[in-house]
Design a protein. Structure first.
Length: 257
């Protein structure tokens, strides 16, 4: 299992643990995450969920090794799976908090965007680097990022593929607050317990009505993203860029995805 769950005092903690791949999201990890979210949804004792990553990454992206040989059809289905899981998080009856402890790149940034509240450590790096790999964001990045940080900031992140540090992430509204690494989980759990201590029906209904406004028309927009994402696969740019990435990764030249 690469997705772990622990419940204490009405707060569920989901930990993504594929440390050998910096917690990169492959099909198996996405389905495990979906099953854990579904289980939490069915447990009335769960009032808040925190998502974090094991080791030095939150999630360092989708698994490039798995994606590199995908056909356009396989890429489309992969995007649909990721989006389905992230939609489950976004539409869960309980608030979901991201405790972002390290790299949150590509699919990792998109996972954080699907959460309701985001806190990160001072060492966190965010990016939507897909264009450097010959593809576009496929798990909601083109739709949720502009909704969270505004169009100009989202354009800059997606079109340059550059990393954003914790300080800038807070300044553009990508995260609610920044803490030292050793304090992150303690501070996040304080917030989670504060929410869990409020009237659960009121909290759930408040989240629902806020999301209904924030996510209006997103379903059709995400479908358009799937088509653009999958259309990049088996192009010369995608094939060459991902091959180059994997060769550099094998040589240990990348700290993250």
């Amino acid at each position: 299992m690469s997705v772990l769950f622990e419940l204490k005092d009405h707060v569920g903690v989901i930990t993504i643990d594929r440390q050998e791949a910096l917690n990169a999201l492959n099909r198996q990890t996405l389905w495990e995450l979906k099953n854990v979210i579904n289980g939490a949804e069915a447990d009335k004792d769960v009032r808040v969920v925190v998502i974090t990553g094991a080791g030095r990454a939150f999630v360092a992206g989708a698994d490039i090794a798995e994606m590199s040989d995908m056909s356009p059809h396989e890429a489309y289905e992969f995007a649909r799976v990721g989006t389905h899981v992230f939609n489950r998080i976004e539409r869960a009856r309980f608030p979901v908090i991201a405790a972002i402890n390290g790299f949150a790149l590509g699919g990792g940034c998109e996972l954080a965007l699907a959460c309701d509240i985001r806190y990160c450590s001072t060492k966190t790096k965010f990016a939507q680097p897909e264009v450097t790999l010959g593809i576009t964001p496929g798990f909601g990045g083109t739709q949720r990022l502009p909704r969270v940080i505004g169009l100009p900031n989202a354009m800059e992140m997606i079109l340059t593929g550059e990393m954003v540090d914790a300080a800038k992430a807070k300044s553009i509204g990508l995260v609610n607050d920044v803490f030292e690494p050793e304090e992150l989980m303690e501070k996040v759990m304080e917030k989670a317990r504060a929410i869990a201590g409020n009237a659960p029906i009121a909290v759930s209904k408040a989240k629902s009505v806020i999301r209904s406004f924030h996510c209006s028309n997103i379903t059709n927009d995400l479908e358009a993203e799937h088509n653009v994402f999958s259309g990049c696969f088996k192009t010369h740019d995608q094939t060459m860029a991902m091959e180059a990435f994997l060769k550099k990764e094998q040589r240990g030249e990348f700290e993250g995805r």
